[in-house]
Ligand binder design. Structure first.
Ligand code: HAM
Length: 433
């Protein structure tokens, strides 16, 4: 066996302890906001049958054509894929468990997703999403609700301004008409099309609008726009959404070129974008996918949802000045081994009973070096349970942070073991005030 160091897989990141507090803060606030709108958590497997994503996301999409981590189960030959997104799996679960039988469902999920993209800032191969889905609701009221939910999240996370772009992809017939118009238009300008566009011309012409090729920008700018060809019902849906957003004070722009990278969308689509993250500025995207549940074998059920990229949102939090507090505990307990260890264990438990976070020094070392550890832990107090203290039935308490003379502490240098928890809890509260 080679002893060369093993590194993480390219594009897949460790979340290190010093960065975890920011993720925890993000998650706690996101969950609060989701609850505030009545959304319930759902967790589906990381691995699904490959066919689910092929049928759900669409065969001629970047994700399905080249980005999925797919493999064959060695034991039974099943074709499986690490989820590249949540929606298909949630729809599968909705159908399998008849989740909308008694009425609409509002659900959310969180976790890693996998796409074999070229890694760069803000673009990873394993990344994390918060995914939100409203199942069984035709909108446009719920379309506005989801946009407001996302906006509230940006506000509570204090990530600064992000811009909302919306579009309507219409219904099936409108898309068919638009598709025919697009094919005719692009065929007329075939000489400008690159290889990718030529390949997609008849399979998925809409995706050509998404091209990053500068040589094709002008062509794409002049292409027929679906918003101009919406029928009355789709137009009314889109108009009403805009009315609701305006009434709620949400600023937006209509971007007729927004096509989204997954094939299941119809009517409303939207993205939240920032210029502060370089090329990967879309922090959140989603839209309506009314045909998908039926397409995957369920009863026709309208639905809409979105997903946000957690790495990108956390990066924005950092940009906006959020810092992670890497403090591990409120109290660090020192001892001298031997008979002082059981006393220190009891003291630590008593302080935890009082609701404080405690690290009990592990192993044996001098009180001096333990005190250094205590200081580095970020704890507010060191509690020393040494031989002299145990003999006196007390513990010595040392304040580690200088909070200034104005703060009065309800704790003295020596506290009986029985009183330790409550005295420290009071003292900590006084410190926080
Ligand atoms: P998506 O636009 O493919 O939509 O991804 C949603 C968000 O995930 C993006 O806006 C971006 O913030 C983040 N993201 C995407 N790829 C990467 C990557 N390689 N590295 C880091 N972050 C990334 C969906 O996934 C749909 N399932 C959303 C949805 C839910 N539509 C309806 N319901």
């Amino acid at each position: 066996m080679s002893k060369s160091k093993l590194a993480a897989v390219r594009g897949m990141n460790d979340l290190l302890p010093q960065d975890a507090p920011l993720w925890e803060r993000f998650e706690a606030r996101a969950i609060d906001v989701l609850r505030a709108y009545g959304y319930q958590q759902i967790r589906t497997p990381l691995v699904e049958h490959t066919a689910l994503f092929v049928r759900g996301i669409g065969e001629v999409t970047d994700i399905v054509e080249k980005e999925m981590y797919s493999f064959e189960d060695r034991l039974n030959g099943e074709h499986l894929t690490l989820r590249p997104e949540f929606t298909a799996g949630i729809v599968r679960a909705t159908i399998e468990h008849n989740l909308t039988y008694e009425g609409p469902r509002r659900v959310w999920s969180i976790g890693p997703v996998f796409r074999h993209e070229r890694p760069q800032r803000g673009r990873y191969r394993q990344f994390h999403q918060v995914d939100v889905e409203a199942l069984g609701l035709a909108g446009p009221d719920v379309d506005a609700e989801l946009i407001l939910l996302a906006k509230r999240l940006w506000d509570v996370l204090e990530i600064g301004p992000v811009r909302l772009e919306i579009n309507s992809l219409g219904g099936g017939e409108e898309r068919a008409r638009h598709r025919a118009a697009l094919i005719a238009y692009f065929e007329k300008h075939a000489e400008v099309l690159d290889e990718d566009a030529r390949r997609r011309l008849h399979s998925n012409p809409l995706r050509i609008l998404d091209t990053k090729n500068p040589a094709m920008q002008e062509l794409v700018e002049g292409a027929p726009r679906l918003v101009d060809q919406l029928g009355d019902a789709s137009r009314a849906h889109f108009d009403r959404l805009q009315e609701l957003l305006t009434a709620a004070g949400v600023e937006y722009t209509v971007n007729p070129r927004m096509v989204r990278g997954l094939d299941y969308y119809n009517l409303t689509v939207f993205e939240w974008i920032t210029d502060r993250l370089g090329a990967q500025g879309t922090i959140c995207g989603g839209g309506r996918y009314d045909p998908l549940i039926e397409l995957l074998g369920g009863r026709p059920t309208p639905a809409i949802g979105f997903a946000l990229g957690i790495e990108r949102v956390i990066e924005l939090m950092r940009e906006a000045g959020a810092t992670a507090d890497a403090t591990t505990c409120d109290v660090y307990v020192l001892h001298q081994g031997g008979a002082t260890l059981p006393a220190a264990l009891r003291a630590a438990e008593a302080i935890r009973d009082a609701g404080l976070d405690v690290v009990l020094h592990a192993g044996e070392s001098s009180l001096k070096s333990q005190m250094k550890r205590a200081d580095a832990s970020g704890a507010e107090f060191a509690v020393i349970v040494g031989e002299a203290e145990v003999a006196a039935g007390a513990a010595a308490v040392k304040r580690l942070r200088d909070r200034g003379a104005a703060v009065q502490f309800a704790v003295q240098a020596s506290v009986t073991l029985g009183e330790l928890g409550s005295r420290l809890a009071e003292a900590l509260e006084a410190t926080i005030d």
